[in-house]
Design a protein around this ligand. Structure first.
Ligand code: ADP
Length: 434
């Protein structure tokens, strides 16, 4: 969600995710590939939508269906993902062709949006490799829903009764947003924490709710259909509800500072951890208590990073990819993965990378070609440092890489010390003014 958040914010689109309650907290599977599919679908949803929202739904396929298609491997469940948008939509004729390589919808439309026509074909392959299928439901002008399924094994089940934080129990919260999906998402996240949640579609409905009831917290969108979130905060306080906390949610880059009226703010897309720690902090401070369950950072997802540099690893061979990932992890980094040059270009459109580790030989588009395109398309200041990874150690190779515009070179099989040195050289280069 974070990778498409900036584009969504520019367009004023709402991004939300709704996970069914019984989704396990940990699955065993190919995280990098799943991320690639989701980035592609969410990226398209944001790209082809001008107003409204892009929402990700995830559910566990029910047991009844499992017993009908009893071809599941032991221990694996089927998960159903839907990326739904309120964008331009696709005709049934276009929809049929979409998952074939190099297919784009109506060319007059795609001219405005750019793209390669490969994302969905790659997503289809990846979904199939994960034992699933992909399909689309769409209506022109109304939006699209891309569905896909994967099979994966649950590693850690969701606790049936989440441990409840004492300072939150019984507190009443209103969620104020013009966007139905965002309200649903927040209600679903907050209710299991033991708070009483109700939803208001605009500022006036919120003022009414606050007047009639003892509301402890209002979680408010920065932009509401009838007023701004900060306006609402002021009005709630002016109405004499000094004890009601108001937390404002804004797009990333929105600069709302807590003041006498606004008690806290959060950047969208909202994450349950951030939300929990904000709410616990507000109520904990009020009671002069330390919260019984301070929100912990999500350690296993954020390995210790010496310095935060964003790395893209473009490598088609899954084994080499794994090895490179493991070495990067040992050195305190993590990387997104592209399995060919085109995927790397797609990811570069969605996110800024400081550094690319680029395999030379890849299907569809090799590393040299991808590098030439990056050099042509991107301004020097935005351009990532590109390190070639090549299987041969022939003299001419290094020259070919440098000629294509790569900054450095490492030969395979990669040695961890060499990798560390080459990363350091790139970091030094990044520090120097261009
Ligand atoms: P591209 O890189 O061109 O976006 P994709 O394979 O991801 O390649 O998408 C192929 C085509 O499918 C797009 O060019 C567009 O016409 C259509 N498409 C994909 N997602 C959407 C969507 N959410 N809404 C409307 N059209 C879409």
């Amino acid at each position: 969600m974070d990778m498409v958040a900036a584009q969504a914010a520019v367009k004023g689109l709402e991004l939300a995710y709704i996970l069914q309650e019984n989704i396990p907290t940990q699955l065993s599977g190919d995280e990098a590939r799943l991320r690639q599919i989701l980035i592609n679908l969410l990226g398209n949803a944001v790209k082809f939508t001008e107003h409204g929202h892009a929402v990700l739904f995830v559910s566990l396929v029910s047991d009844e269906k499992r017993s009908i298609n009893n071809d599941f491997s032991r221990g694996q469940d089927e998960y159903h993902f839907i990326v739904r948008d309120t964008g331009i939509g696709i005709t049934p004729q276009e929809a049929e062709r979409l998952f074939r390589p190099f297919t784009q919808g109506d060319s007059s439309k795609t001219k405005n949006f750019g793209g390669t026509g490969l994302g969905l074909a790659i997503s289809k392959r990846l979904v199939q490799l994960m034992g699933g299928r992909i399909w689309i439901e769409s209506e022109i002008g109304m939006g699209s829903a891309f569905h896909f399924t994967i099979r994966a094994e649950a590693i850690r089940e969701r606790e049936p009764q989440p441990a409840k934080d004492q300072v939150l129990l019984g507190k009443s919260v209103i969620i104020v947003s013009g966007n139905n999906c965002l309200r649903t998402m927040l209600s679903r996240i907050i209710s299991p924490w033991g708070l009483a949640v109700s939803e208001c579609p605009d500022g006036n409905a919120a003022l009414e709710a606050v007047s009639g009831n003892d509301i402890n917290l209002a979680i408010v969108d920065a932009v509401l259909p009838d007023m701004s979130g900060t306006d609402l905060a002021h009005r709630i306080k002016l109405k004499g509800h000094a004890g009601t906390f108001v937390a404002v949610m804004s797009y990333i880059g929105g600069n709302i500072q807590p003041d006498d009226f606004v008690s806290g703010w959060m950047a969208k897309p909202i994450k349950s951890q951030a939300l929990h720690s904000l709410i616990a902090k507000l109520f904990g401070a009020e009671n002069g208590l330390k919260t019984s369950q301070p929100a912990k950072p999500d350690d296993h997802r954020r390995p210790m990073q010496k310095e935060s540099i964003s790395i893209l690893l473009a490598e088609d061979n899954p084994v080499n990819e794994k090895v490179a990932q493991m070495m990067l992890k040992r050195l305190g980094y993590r990387a997104d993965v592209a399995s060919n040059g085109l995927e790397a270009l797609n990811l570069l459109e969605a996110k800024r990378y400081d550094l690319i580790l680029m395999d030379i030989q890849m299907p569809q588009m090799d590393g040299l070609e991808a590098t030439r395109i990056i050099r042509k398309k991107m301004e020097p200041i935005d351009r990532p440092c590109i390190i070639a990874m090549t299987a041969y150690a022939l003299d001419g190779d290094k020259e070919a890489c440098l000629k294509a515009g790569m900054d450095d070179y490492i030969s395979k099989p990669i040695q961890i010390k060499e990798l560390e040195d080459v990363l350091q050289r790139c970091k030094d280069r990044m520090k120097k003014p261009t």
